[in-house]
Design a protein around this ligand. Structure first.
Ligand code: NBP
Length: 478
């Protein structure tokens, strides 16, 4: 008997993907650097399907049907290179090496190019949904060559989540496209969680609504256009009481948010692309600020607040809901806009309708909203920005008065709402006829002769600031 796919790296994600593959009828060869993990999986879960136990990479390779498919699920970074280096001499042209970890897309591009020279396919796949998703159906974002997808796609589509009968898995684009899209997905996830946190803080500190009561509000909100996995689990976390103290669970958890790095990568990448992804950036910074425990403690003693003691009105809760939706929409719009920028930069043909579609199930940001996003990008004329799609421009227009009220109230009360407010600034910036960037250009020209364009003439100009302030035609040094 030979296996249709081999999995090396059987920690939680690899083990669960291997089990998912076996449950879906595929024969799976198992390998882990230390054999103990392989045996533990077989001991507990051999009933999931057909497995082949192997102890070495040579045995793993020998157990596979051709073209071979080897899924690497080891720790991202050096370990992936190490496994590739050991695997490659054992493989034959046409075989497919798959990296399902959270690798940086530039590493994936490098690995794909190196393996292509040896006539091997290298496929970086983004896998979202955590442990539970890996076992029961994740959202899968595969990159690599289209040819490799023909051999790999059917397996991945079968084990992925399904929504309305459609798999949450589709070929994303060449080389690192899959890992890039997964990275941006994680960035949007950061923003999604941050806006929920801001809503929670506003309802608690602004309207005095306790977590248990908020759990009910979030449950109600989950019946609105906000319906999503994250809103659903927010209700669960806020409704949870700590068994030890009887206090709300959120009050006994240290308020310092961790991060594993994909949000940070998204922001670094956005900066490199010149993509205004402010919602995701503010979310990453908000986590960083939350973790500066010593400075926060000192600031409480040393920094004045001058908050205004205003009472929030009756409609505040609904205003917060609308502001949350509008800010969330902007974060998605920014993330998708970043994908458009990356597609140009890296020559990927990213289909935003398909990407939004495969985020609809299995992954952490799954949300009702994605159905409409898919629809917006399926329109004959794809919107240049998600917010331009009529359904969304109208939704934002409707939410705008509430959004402005909430941000203004938050500022008066001294409640930090970095994503609510930066998303509103992005929205206003985008639609503003004249931006102060004209002044920035003037300043840059004065101190650095960086030149400028005129609104009423073609060409590039420089003013002789240190002389008679006359204007000359200049070479473009923008
Ligand atoms: P870990 O990221 O914790 O990695 C542990 C695995 O890597 C073990 O199988 C370990 O083998 C193996 N490994 C290491 Br460490 N160094 C190795 C080396 N030099 N050579 C060979 N094997 C090596 O596992 P995970 O949490 O299952 O995650 C796997 C990937 O999936 C990661 O990239 C992660 O970021 C990504 N991911 C994780 C989640 C999640 O929710 N955990 C979600 C989505 C994606 P050993 O047993 O012999 O030490």
């Amino acid at each position: 008997m030979s296996a249709q796919i081999g999995v090396t790296g059987l920690a939680v994600m690899g083990a669960n993907l291997a089990r998912n593959l076996a449950r879906n009828g595929f024969t799976v060869a198992l390998h882990n650097r230390s054999v103990a993990k392989t045996d533990a999986l077989l001991e507990k879960h051999s009933g999931d399907g057909e497995f082949i136990r192997t102890e070495t990479l040579q045995e793993l390779v020998d157990s596979l049907e051709k073209p071979r498919r080897v899924l690497i699920m080891v720790k991202a970074g050096g370990p992936v290179d190490s496994v590739i280096d050991q695997l490659v001499p054992l493989l034959e042209p046409g075989d497919i090496v798959i990296d399902g970890g959270n690798s940086h897309f530039q590493d994936t591009r490098r690995r794909e190019a190196a393996l292509a020279k040896k006539d091997l396919h290298f496929v970086g796949i983004g896998v979202s949904g955590g442990e539970e998703g890996a076992l029961n159906g994740p959202s899968i974002m595969p990159g690599g060559s289209k040819e490799s997808y023909a051999a790999l796609g059917p397996l991945l589509e079968k084990i992925s989540a399904h929504v309305d009968g459609k798999p949450c898995c589709a070929w994303i684009g060449t080389d690192g496209a899959g890992h890039f899209v997964k990275m941006v997905h994680n960035g949007i996830e950061y923003a999604d969680m941050q806006v929920i946190g801001e809503a929670f803080d506003l309802l608690r500190s602004g309207a005095g609504i306790e977590p248990a009561e908020q759990a009910k509000i979030f449950t109600e909100w989950n019946q609105t256009e906000l319906a999503s996995f994250l809103i659903e689990i927010t209700a669960e976390v806020l409704g949870h009481t700590d068994a030890r103290t009887g206090k709300p669970f959120v009050d006994v958890v240290v308020d310092a948010a961790g991060q594993k790095g994909t949000g940070r990568w998204t922001v670094i990448s956005a900066l490199e692309l010149g993509s205004p992804t402010s919602g995701i950036a503010e979310s990453v910074f908000a986590r960083a600020l939350s973790s500066q425990a010593a400075q926060r403690a000192e600031a409480q003693e040393k920094l004045a607040g001058h908050e205004e003691k205003i009472a929030v009105g009756e409609g505040f809760v609904d205003d917060v809901r609308q502001a949350l939706f509008a800010s969330k929409l902007v974060s998605y719009a920014q993330g998708l806009d970043m994908l458009t920028g990356a597609a140009k930069e890296y020559s990927w043909d990213l289909r935003l309708d398909e990407i939004a579609g495969l985020w609809r199930g299995g992954c952490i940001i799954r949300a009702e909203l994605l159905k409409d996003i898919t629809k917006a990008y399926s329109a004959q004329e794809e919107p240049a920005n998600l917010l331009f799609a009529p359904a969304f421009s109208e939704a934002i227009a409707g939410a705008l008065p509430a959004w402005r009220r909430v941000v203004a109230t938050a500022v008066q009360l001294g409640i930090p709402v970095p994503v609510f407010s930066s998303s509103l600034a992005y929205y206003d910036g985008l639609r503003r006829k004249r931006l102060p960037a004209a002044l920035t250009q003037g300043l840059r020209d004065l101190f650095g002769a960086h030149t400028y364009h005129r609104v009423d003439d073609d060409g590039t100009f420089h003013t002789l600031w240190g002389e008679d302030k006359s204007e000359i035609v200049a070479e473009d040094t923008h």
